[in-house]
Write a protein that binds this ligand. Structure first.
Ligand SMILES: [Mn+2]
Length: 304
Protein backbone atom coordinates (compact mmCIF):
# COMPACT_ATOMS: atom_id res chain seq x y z
CA UNK A 1 0.00 0.00 0.00
CA UNK A 2 1.26 3.42 -0.85
CA UNK A 3 1.52 5.70 2.12
CA UNK A 4 0.81 9.31 1.30
CA UNK A 5 3.20 11.52 3.16
CA UNK A 6 2.49 15.19 3.64
CA UNK A 7 5.06 17.71 4.82
CA UNK A 8 3.17 18.63 7.97
CA UNK A 9 3.58 15.07 9.24
CA UNK A 10 7.30 15.66 9.59
CA UNK A 11 9.23 17.17 12.44
CA UNK A 12 10.84 20.53 11.87
CA UNK A 13 13.94 20.96 9.75
CA UNK A 14 13.37 17.81 7.76
CA UNK A 15 12.76 19.04 4.24
CA UNK A 16 15.25 16.59 2.88
CA UNK A 17 13.70 13.65 4.72
CA UNK A 18 10.34 14.64 3.29
CA UNK A 19 11.74 14.89 -0.22
CA UNK A 20 13.43 11.50 0.11
CA UNK A 21 10.24 9.83 1.33
CA UNK A 22 8.13 11.50 -1.33
CA UNK A 23 10.60 10.39 -4.00
CA UNK A 24 10.41 6.85 -2.70
CA UNK A 25 6.63 6.95 -2.59
CA UNK A 26 6.69 8.02 -6.20
CA UNK A 27 9.07 5.21 -7.03
CA UNK A 28 11.87 7.54 -8.09
CA UNK A 29 14.60 6.52 -5.75
CA UNK A 30 15.44 4.83 -2.51
CA UNK A 31 15.31 6.55 0.85
CA UNK A 32 18.44 8.44 1.75
CA UNK A 33 18.10 9.71 5.27
CA UNK A 34 21.73 10.55 6.03
CA UNK A 35 23.04 13.34 3.81
CA UNK A 36 26.64 14.19 2.94
CA UNK A 37 28.49 17.38 3.73
CA UNK A 38 32.01 18.74 3.46
CA UNK A 39 33.68 21.44 5.55
CA UNK A 40 35.09 24.74 4.36
CA UNK A 41 37.15 26.99 6.62
CA UNK A 42 37.41 30.73 6.10
CA UNK A 43 39.49 31.16 9.26
CA UNK A 44 43.15 31.98 8.61
CA UNK A 45 44.03 31.38 12.26
CA UNK A 46 42.72 27.79 12.02
CA UNK A 47 45.23 26.80 9.35
CA UNK A 48 46.42 23.24 9.96
CA UNK A 49 42.99 22.38 11.35
CA UNK A 50 40.59 19.65 10.23
CA UNK A 51 38.82 21.32 7.34
CA UNK A 52 38.76 19.97 3.80
CA UNK A 53 38.34 23.16 1.80
CA UNK A 54 39.87 26.51 2.64
CA UNK A 55 39.42 30.24 2.14
CA UNK A 56 37.20 30.33 -0.94
CA UNK A 57 33.53 29.58 -0.34
CA UNK A 58 32.63 29.76 -4.02
CA UNK A 59 35.34 27.32 -5.09
CA UNK A 60 34.40 24.98 -2.23
CA UNK A 61 30.72 25.01 -3.21
CA UNK A 62 31.61 24.26 -6.83
CA UNK A 63 33.83 21.34 -5.87
CA UNK A 64 31.36 19.99 -3.30
CA UNK A 65 28.57 20.02 -5.86
CA UNK A 66 30.72 18.46 -8.56
CA UNK A 67 31.55 15.55 -6.25
CA UNK A 68 27.90 15.06 -5.32
CA UNK A 69 27.85 16.37 -1.75
CA UNK A 70 24.46 17.49 -0.44
CA UNK A 71 25.79 20.34 1.67
CA UNK A 72 28.71 22.38 2.95
CA UNK A 73 29.58 23.06 6.58
CA UNK A 74 31.01 26.53 7.07
CA UNK A 75 33.65 27.60 9.60
CA UNK A 76 33.68 31.40 9.45
CA UNK A 77 35.79 33.96 11.34
CA UNK A 78 32.66 36.05 11.99
CA UNK A 79 29.09 36.26 10.73
CA UNK A 80 30.04 39.35 8.72
CA UNK A 81 32.71 37.38 6.84
CA UNK A 82 30.03 35.60 4.81
CA UNK A 83 28.10 37.49 2.16
CA UNK A 84 24.59 36.15 2.71
CA UNK A 85 23.23 37.00 -0.73
CA UNK A 86 26.23 35.50 -2.50
CA UNK A 87 25.94 32.38 -0.38
CA UNK A 88 22.24 32.09 -1.12
CA UNK A 89 22.92 32.42 -4.85
CA UNK A 90 25.72 29.86 -4.94
CA UNK A 91 23.69 27.35 -2.93
CA UNK A 92 20.82 27.72 -5.38
CA UNK A 93 23.15 27.49 -8.37
CA UNK A 94 24.69 24.25 -7.10
CA UNK A 95 21.63 22.81 -5.37
CA UNK A 96 23.51 22.66 -2.07
CA UNK A 97 22.45 23.22 1.52
CA UNK A 98 24.37 24.46 4.55
CA UNK A 99 24.75 21.50 6.92
CA UNK A 100 26.00 23.49 9.91
CA UNK A 101 28.04 26.53 10.93
CA UNK A 102 30.96 26.37 13.36
CA UNK A 103 31.53 28.77 16.25
CA UNK A 104 35.15 27.80 16.96
CA UNK A 105 36.53 31.10 15.65
CA UNK A 106 35.23 32.68 18.85
CA UNK A 107 37.85 30.62 20.69
CA UNK A 108 40.54 30.46 18.00
CA UNK A 109 40.55 34.19 17.17
CA UNK A 110 39.15 35.85 20.31
CA UNK A 111 39.88 33.33 23.09
CA UNK A 112 36.19 33.32 24.07
CA UNK A 113 34.54 30.51 26.01
CA UNK A 114 31.04 29.98 27.38
CA UNK A 115 32.45 29.02 30.81
CA UNK A 116 34.83 31.97 31.21
CA UNK A 117 34.72 32.96 34.91
CA UNK A 118 34.61 36.61 33.79
CA UNK A 119 30.96 37.54 33.13
CA UNK A 120 31.86 40.13 30.49
CA UNK A 121 33.94 37.62 28.55
CA UNK A 122 31.11 35.09 28.86
CA UNK A 123 28.66 37.64 27.50
CA UNK A 124 31.00 38.26 24.55
CA UNK A 125 31.19 34.50 23.93
CA UNK A 126 27.39 34.22 23.86
CA UNK A 127 27.15 37.24 21.60
CA UNK A 128 29.58 35.62 19.17
CA UNK A 129 27.59 32.36 19.16
CA UNK A 130 24.30 34.24 18.66
CA UNK A 131 25.87 35.92 15.61
CA UNK A 132 26.77 32.52 14.16
CA UNK A 133 23.27 31.19 14.93
CA UNK A 134 21.93 34.21 13.01
CA UNK A 135 24.23 33.34 10.11
CA UNK A 136 23.16 29.70 9.80
CA UNK A 137 19.55 29.99 10.94
CA UNK A 138 18.07 31.45 7.74
CA UNK A 139 19.71 28.58 5.85
CA UNK A 140 18.28 25.96 8.21
CA UNK A 141 21.79 25.28 9.48
CA UNK A 142 22.48 24.76 13.19
CA UNK A 143 25.47 26.30 14.97
CA UNK A 144 27.98 23.96 16.60
CA UNK A 145 29.45 24.51 20.07
CA UNK A 146 32.81 22.73 20.11
CA UNK A 147 35.90 24.50 21.45
CA UNK A 148 33.72 27.39 22.71
CA UNK A 149 32.69 25.13 25.60
CA UNK A 150 36.17 25.65 27.07
CA UNK A 151 37.91 23.68 29.82
CA UNK A 152 37.51 23.89 33.57
CA UNK A 153 40.52 24.38 35.87
CA UNK A 154 42.45 27.06 37.72
CA UNK A 155 40.10 28.47 40.31
CA UNK A 156 37.04 26.99 38.62
CA UNK A 157 35.64 23.57 39.53
CA UNK A 158 34.11 21.15 37.05
CA UNK A 159 30.67 21.69 38.60
CA UNK A 160 31.00 25.46 38.32
CA UNK A 161 32.03 25.12 34.68
CA UNK A 162 29.17 22.74 33.88
CA UNK A 163 26.68 25.11 35.53
CA UNK A 164 27.88 27.95 33.29
CA UNK A 165 27.81 25.73 30.22
CA UNK A 166 24.30 24.56 31.11
CA UNK A 167 23.10 28.15 31.41
CA UNK A 168 24.69 29.10 28.08
CA UNK A 169 23.22 26.12 26.25
CA UNK A 170 19.77 26.84 27.71
CA UNK A 171 19.91 30.41 26.44
CA UNK A 172 21.49 29.71 23.08
CA UNK A 173 19.37 26.61 22.45
CA UNK A 174 16.23 28.68 22.91
CA UNK A 175 17.71 31.43 20.75
CA UNK A 176 18.30 28.94 17.91
CA UNK A 177 14.70 27.70 18.16
CA UNK A 178 13.43 30.85 16.44
CA UNK A 179 15.02 29.54 13.23
CA UNK A 180 13.59 26.07 13.78
CA UNK A 181 17.11 24.65 14.09
CA UNK A 182 18.72 23.00 17.09
CA UNK A 183 21.93 24.11 18.76
CA UNK A 184 24.57 21.40 18.37
CA UNK A 185 26.81 20.59 21.34
CA UNK A 186 29.94 18.59 20.63
CA UNK A 187 31.60 16.33 23.20
CA UNK A 188 35.34 16.52 22.50
CA UNK A 189 38.24 14.23 23.27
CA UNK A 190 40.15 14.63 26.56
CA UNK A 191 42.93 16.71 24.98
CA UNK A 192 40.45 19.36 23.85
CA UNK A 193 38.01 19.54 26.76
CA UNK A 194 37.64 18.09 30.24
CA UNK A 195 33.89 18.74 30.44
CA UNK A 196 32.00 16.16 28.38
CA UNK A 197 33.89 13.60 26.30
CA UNK A 198 31.49 10.74 25.46
CA UNK A 199 28.03 10.42 23.94
CA UNK A 200 26.67 8.87 27.16
CA UNK A 201 27.96 11.81 29.24
CA UNK A 202 26.58 14.17 26.61
CA UNK A 203 23.13 12.61 26.88
CA UNK A 204 23.29 12.76 30.69
CA UNK A 205 24.25 16.42 30.48
CA UNK A 206 21.53 17.35 27.98
CA UNK A 207 18.95 15.64 30.18
CA UNK A 208 19.71 18.25 32.86
CA UNK A 209 18.63 21.06 30.49
CA UNK A 210 15.10 22.44 30.36
CA UNK A 211 15.36 23.10 26.63
CA UNK A 212 15.08 20.16 24.27
CA UNK A 213 16.56 22.20 21.41
CA UNK A 214 20.18 21.23 22.07
CA UNK A 215 21.45 18.13 20.28
CA UNK A 216 24.77 16.29 20.30
CA UNK A 217 27.46 16.15 17.68
CA UNK A 218 28.90 12.68 17.25
CA UNK A 219 32.42 13.36 15.98
CA UNK A 220 33.90 10.00 15.09
CA UNK A 221 37.47 11.21 15.66
CA UNK A 222 36.74 12.27 19.24
CA UNK A 223 34.67 9.12 19.79
CA UNK A 224 37.52 6.92 18.59
CA UNK A 225 39.60 8.29 21.46
CA UNK A 226 36.91 8.32 24.14
CA UNK A 227 34.33 5.59 23.51
CA UNK A 228 34.82 1.94 24.43
CA UNK A 229 33.27 1.17 21.06
CA UNK A 230 32.38 3.87 18.53
CA UNK A 231 29.22 2.12 17.22
CA UNK A 232 27.99 1.62 20.80
CA UNK A 233 28.70 5.30 21.44
CA UNK A 234 26.40 6.17 18.54
CA UNK A 235 23.73 3.96 20.12
CA UNK A 236 24.25 5.78 23.44
CA UNK A 237 23.32 8.99 21.61
CA UNK A 238 20.04 7.66 20.26
CA UNK A 239 17.46 10.43 20.05
CA UNK A 240 20.06 13.08 20.90
CA UNK A 241 22.45 13.13 17.94
CA UNK A 242 21.84 16.11 15.66
CA UNK A 243 25.02 16.07 13.58
CA UNK A 244 27.87 13.69 12.74
CA UNK A 245 31.46 14.55 11.89
CA UNK A 246 32.36 11.79 9.48
CA UNK A 247 36.10 11.33 9.70
CA UNK A 248 38.69 8.65 10.33
CA UNK A 249 40.68 7.69 13.44
CA UNK A 250 43.61 9.98 12.50
CA UNK A 251 41.39 12.92 11.51
CA UNK A 252 42.02 12.22 7.86
CA UNK A 253 39.17 11.60 5.42
CA UNK A 254 37.05 8.49 6.07
CA UNK A 255 38.91 5.48 4.76
CA UNK A 256 42.41 6.85 5.38
CA UNK A 257 42.68 5.58 8.96
CA UNK A 258 41.69 2.47 10.89
CA UNK A 259 38.08 3.30 11.79
CA UNK A 260 35.70 0.38 11.27
CA UNK A 261 32.94 2.22 9.40
CA UNK A 262 30.56 -0.66 8.72
CA UNK A 263 29.29 -1.12 12.29
CA UNK A 264 29.32 2.65 12.83
CA UNK A 265 27.15 3.29 9.76
CA UNK A 266 24.89 0.43 10.83
CA UNK A 267 24.48 2.01 14.28
CA UNK A 268 23.65 5.41 12.70
CA UNK A 269 20.88 3.74 10.72
CA UNK A 270 19.74 1.61 13.64
CA UNK A 271 19.10 4.67 15.82
CA UNK A 272 17.29 6.41 12.95
CA UNK A 273 19.81 9.21 12.57
CA UNK A 274 18.61 11.59 9.86
CA UNK A 275 21.17 14.37 9.75
CA UNK A 276 24.45 14.91 7.94
CA UNK A 277 27.64 12.94 7.76
CA UNK A 278 29.96 15.92 7.47
CA UNK A 279 33.64 15.65 6.64
CA UNK A 280 35.48 17.57 9.32
CA UNK A 281 38.78 16.10 8.26
CA UNK A 282 42.31 17.19 7.51
CA UNK A 283 42.91 18.22 3.90
CA UNK A 284 45.23 15.24 3.45
CA UNK A 285 46.93 14.67 1.08
CA UNK A 286 45.19 17.74 -0.39
CA UNK A 287 41.66 19.18 -0.25
CA UNK A 288 40.45 17.69 -3.53
CA UNK A 289 41.69 14.18 -2.74
CA UNK A 290 40.29 14.33 0.80
CA UNK A 291 36.88 15.44 -0.51
CA UNK A 292 36.84 12.69 -3.13
CA UNK A 293 37.90 10.10 -0.56
CA UNK A 294 35.11 11.25 1.76
CA UNK A 295 32.32 11.01 -0.80
CA UNK A 296 33.56 7.57 -1.84
CA UNK A 297 33.49 6.40 1.78
CA UNK A 298 30.05 7.99 2.25
CA UNK A 299 28.74 6.11 -0.81
CA UNK A 300 30.37 2.89 0.33
CA UNK A 301 29.24 2.86 3.96
CA UNK A 302 26.35 5.25 4.43
CA UNK A 303 24.52 5.89 1.17
CA UNK A 304 23.85 2.23 0.46
MN1 LIG B 1 34.08 17.85 15.24
Amino acid sequence: MTQVIEPYNFPTNSTFAYMALRAERDGHRKIRMISSAVTVSLVTEARGGPFIFWDDLRAAAEKAAALGFDAIEIFAPSPAAVNIEELRAMLAQHNLKVAAVGTGAGMVIHGLSLIDPNPERRAKAKEFVRGIIDLGGPFGAPAIIGSMQGKWGGGQSRDEALALLRKALEELGEYAAKYDVPLIYEPLNRYETNLVCTMADGVRFLKTLKTTNVKLLADLFHMNIEETNVADGIRDGKGYIGHVHFVDSNRRAAGLGHMDFEPIAAAMKEIGYKGYASAEALPYPNPDAAAKQTIEAYNKYINL
